[in-house]
Design a protein around this ligand. Structure first.
Ligand code: NAG
Ligand code: NAG
Ligand code: NAG
Length: 461
């Protein structure tokens, strides 16, 4: 992250040379179809639309790529799973249906945007943002930004338009030769009663979670701390939920891509002096970032670049044997059955610098302060934890969690704080000297085997 923010980054991404713009075609009307040997170029020449063959494949696809980046880098593909086998493809506007169609010469449609409202003389235009739009005089009838492939460009929205029923996710290419979606996808999952969170899914399985937006960034994404290069946007209202970003330093050419090979969401920038793309950050960032590595009520810490799970205070491994061989997936259970009827004010343990737990079973109020939030949690025995919803300034709003807590990890120092209930505890206040000493050693301990011995000793005290 430090690298990401540093001036090295800024100076390394040297200026992108703008040649004098020529009279490229950036748009066509319905009487000017695009054949395989023809391209559209956006107004100042940033992006190009045309037919291409990926990797070692000879199949032809209609796509958009950077026009001034010397390594062909495709950011959007129309016919991802329906390749054209030769150079006879043709893209045209169908005036009758108000749609865009990709045809074989025998006139069968292999890809189409689907019919739109009746349009007066629609035109197709490739914008400088990389957005391909079909429009009439007033409106966009269709735009490629609504149907992302594996790439999120600046200005694109990742998320859902609840009114139009659009779900804009990224899906990785199957491999270098095949833009058809593999099993990796990236986008918001809106579970009932939950705050929107971004997930990477492998097939139907959760693989990575961003954690909810905390007013400044997604709680688990440390690379999003304020920086001189990017602005980040998050919108969550009844019409739409989305994340997007803009580049503040215009010459920087950067994109977000979902990569099947590395199973990661990568932020990449073009290093023009080296003629290559450089990865500046990835999600998951490390092993602890993998979804629920430590199971229920576990907390993941990286020690010597290896993940180590601990149970939250007041919890113990569900299976001691599995835990000791570092199979953490079963997580942790309470040391003893809680008796929370007393409403004891001191029964919360403060955890600083953590990725907030998954919000599937949570409740949110935007206007409550932290004190009211605590009181709300205290009144309900199934409430497990509370935190500010928004950490901007002094903090505001309230999230409370019910039931087991999933996918918590320790982050580098950070202002995110959560209070987790431990009704049985006096331990939070009263760790004895020896326990503190051992915990301290644990934190400095570099060998995992040592670590296990200490954990064992600790449990015996
Ligand atoms: C058009 O050509 C393609 C490829 O040659 C073929 O798969 C498809 O069946 C043809 N469609 C029609 C309607 O003939
Ligand atoms: C995925 O990552 C690998 C390794 O960093 C890289 O070689 C490849 O080009 C990436 N693919 C995409 C689609 O960015
Ligand atoms: C506690 O919270 C749970 C989950 O939201 C709810 O079902 C239950 O009614 C609440 N109990 C009280 C006493 O508020």
């Amino acid at each position: 992250m430090a690298v990401f923010l540093s001036f090295t980054f800024i100076s390394a991404v040297s200026l992108f040379c703008f040649s004098v713009s020529f009279a490229f075609e950036s748009s066509i009307s319905s009487s000017q179809p695009i054949r395989d040997n023809r391209t559209l170029v956006s107004e100042t020449g940033t992006f190009k639309l045309g037919f291409f063959s990926p990797g070692n494949s000879r199949n032809r696809y209609l796509g958009i790529w950077y026009n001034k980046v010397s390594v062909q880098t495709v950011v959007w593909v129309a016919n991802r799973c329906n390749p054209i086998k030769d150079s006879s493809g043709l893209l045209r506007i169908n005036n009758t249906t108000g749609s865009l169609e990709l045809l074989y010469p025998n006139k069968s449609v292999i890809w189409s945007t689907g019919p739109s409202k009746q349009a007066q003389n629609p035109i197709l235009q490739l914008l400088d943002s990389g957005n391909l739009v079909l429009k009439d005089e007033e409106n966009y009838l269709w735009q490629s930004f609504d149907y992302p492939s594996d790439t999120l460009l600046p200005g694109m929205k990742l998320g859902q338009d609840l009114k139009k029923g659009l779900k804009r996710n990224l899906s990785a290419w199957k491999n270098f030769d095949d833009p058809c979606p593999g099993d990796l996808s990236y986008g918001f999952e809106l579970e009932s009663n939950a705050l929107p969170e971004i997930y990477i899914l492998k097939g139907p399985k959760k693989y990575y979670r961003s954690a909810p937006w905390n007013g400044l960034r997604f709680s688990g994404v440390s690379e999003m701390k304020s920086n001189p290069v990017y602005d980040f946007y998050y919108v969550n209202n009844i019409d739409e939920v989305y994340f997007s970003y803009e580049i503040k330093m215009k010459p920087v050419v950067s994109r977000i891509v979902l990569n099947q090979t590395t199973s990661a969401r990568q932020r990449i920038a073009w290093m023009s002096d080296q003629s290559r793309w450089k990865v500046f950050s990835s999600a998951p960032e490390d092993e602890c970032d993998k979804y629920s590595l430590c199971g229920a009520n576990g907390n993941c810490t990286m020690i010597s670049n290896k993940p180590v799970c601990r149970c939250l205070e007041g919890f113990k491994p569900k299976s001691q044997e599995k835990w000791q061989i570092m199979n953490w997936s079963e997580g942790c259970v309470r040391n003893s059955t809680p008796n929370c009827k007393n409403g004891n004010e001191n029964e919360f343990v403060r955890y600083g610098s953590v990725k907030l737990p998954e919000t599937t079973n949570s409740w949110v109020d935007k206007s409550m302060n932290l004190k009211e939030c605590k009181a709300k949690c205290l009144r309900n025995c199934s409430c497990m934890a509370y935190s500010n919803l928004n950490i901007t300034g002094k903090g505001s709003g309230c999230i409370i969690w019910f039931g087991d807590l999933f996918d918590i990890r320790q982050l580098s120092p950070d202002e995110q704080v959560i209070y987790i209930r431990n009704p049985a505890s006096k331990i939070s206040k009263g760790l004895n000297f020896l326990q503190k000493f051992i915990l301290n050693m644990l934190n400095n301990c570099h060998k995992v085997s040592f670590h296990l011995v200490f954990l064992y000793l600790l449990s015996a005290i």
